[in-house]
Design a protein around this ligand. Structure first.
Ligand code: TMP
Ligand code: ASP
Length: 237
C-alpha cells in the first residue's frame, strides 16, 4: 500500500500511495510538539487517536459537501488522501478567545467572537509561523485574492459544521486550524488533519480543556483525553 516516504513533519509521515500516483498515505506519529517544536514528548497511541478522530471529522464534512483530500482510513494510524500541493497558509478560526490571541492582543480567555475571527499564519517553522495579512499571503504563498476569499468562506463553513459535530459530543469548539491544498485538477480543497491537536475543545459541562492544551499546559493525561473524545464519537448517533 505504502510507497516511498516523501515527507516527514512533526506529527505525520507522508508516503506515496503504491496503487495510485495521485494519492498519498498519511501515517500519524505518536509525537506531540508544542511552541514550534520547543516542547516535545511521545505518547504511545496518540497517532491512532488523531487518525481515527480526523477520519470521522472528514467523513462528516464530506457528508456536508466540503471538498477535501480525505479518501478513507486504512488502519489505526494511517489514512489514504488525495495528493495536493499545500498552500503554506494556516487558517485559524476563533469562536472563543484562547492561546496566541489572548497574549498578542490582550484579550481575556473565553471572550466570545461574534462573528468568528479568521486569521492567517505563514506556514514556515523557521519563522515560528507568523501572523500575516492577505497581502503577505498573496506575496509569499502564491495565492490570489479571490482564492483567499474562497478559502476564508470555506473555513467559516467548516466552522459551522464542526461546531455542530463537537456540540453533539458535548464539546465547545473554541478555535481550530485548517490547511488547504490544490489537487491535480487545480481545485482548492481542505487538506491536512482536524483533530484535538489542531482544535481547542472545551467540555460543555466542566469547561475542561480536551485538546493539545493538556500537553501544552501540563494539565493531565493527554491520551486519556483523546481516548474520551474518540469514545464519545463512537457512542454518538
Ligand atoms: P494559537 O492560539 O496558538 O494561534 O492556535 C490557534 C489554533 O490553531 C489552536 O486550535 C491550535 C491550532 N494550531 C495548530 O493546529 N498548529 C499550530 O502550529 C498552531 C500554532 C496552532
Ligand atoms: N504545532 C506546533 C508545534 O508543534 C505548535 C502548537 O501546536 O502549539 O510546535
Amino acid at each position: 500500500m505504502k510507497g516511498e516516504l516523501l515527507y516527514e513533519g512533526k506529527a505525520k509521515q507522508v508516503f506515496q500511495a503504491e496503487s495510485n500516483n495521485d494519492q498519498l498515505v498519511l501515517s500519524y506519529k505518536n509525537d506531540a510538539t508544542a511552541f514550534n517544536g520547543e516542547k516535545k514528548a511521545v505518547f504511545s497511541g496518540k497517532g491512532k487517536y488523531n487518525n481515527l478522530i480526523s477520519a470521522r471529522v472528514f467523513d462528516y464534512l464530506r457528508e456536508k459537501g466540503i471538498p477535501s483530500h480525505f479518501v478513507r482510513s486504512l488502519n489505526d494510524s494511517e489514512q489514504l488522501v488525495e495528493k495536493t500541493t499545500i498552500i503554506p497558509v494556516e487558517i485559524v478560526v476563533r469562536n472563543l478567545a484562547a492561546g496566541s490571541i489572548t497574549r498578542r492582543l490582550g484579550i481575556e480567555e473565553k471572550t466570545v467572537f461574534t462573528p468568528p475571527l479568521v486569521e492567517l499564519f505563514y506556514k514556515q517553522d523557521e519563522l515560528g509561523d507568523p501572523l500575516i495579512n492577505d497581502e503577505h499571503a498573496m506575496m509569499l504563498a502564491d495565492v490570489e485574492q479571490v482564492e483567499l476569499k474562497q478559502i476564508k468562506a470555506m473555513a467559516l463553513e467548516v466552522n459551522k459544521h464542526l461546531q455542530a459535530f463537537f456540540e453533539n459530543i458535548n464539546l465547545k469548539l473554541a478555535d481550530f486550524k485548517l490547511e488547504f491544498g490544490r489537487n491535480k485538477a487545480g481545485d482548492i480543497i481542505l487538506s491536512d488533519e482536524v483533530s484535538p491537536d489542531t482544535c481547542r475543545l472545551w467540555d460543555k459541562d466542566s469547561g475542561a480543556k480536551m485538546d493539545k492544551d493538556v500537553f501544552r499546559e501540563d494539565l493531565g493525561d493527554l491520551l486519556q483525553v483523546y481516548n474520551t473524545i474518540l469514545q464519545r464519537l463512537e457512542a454518538a448517533v
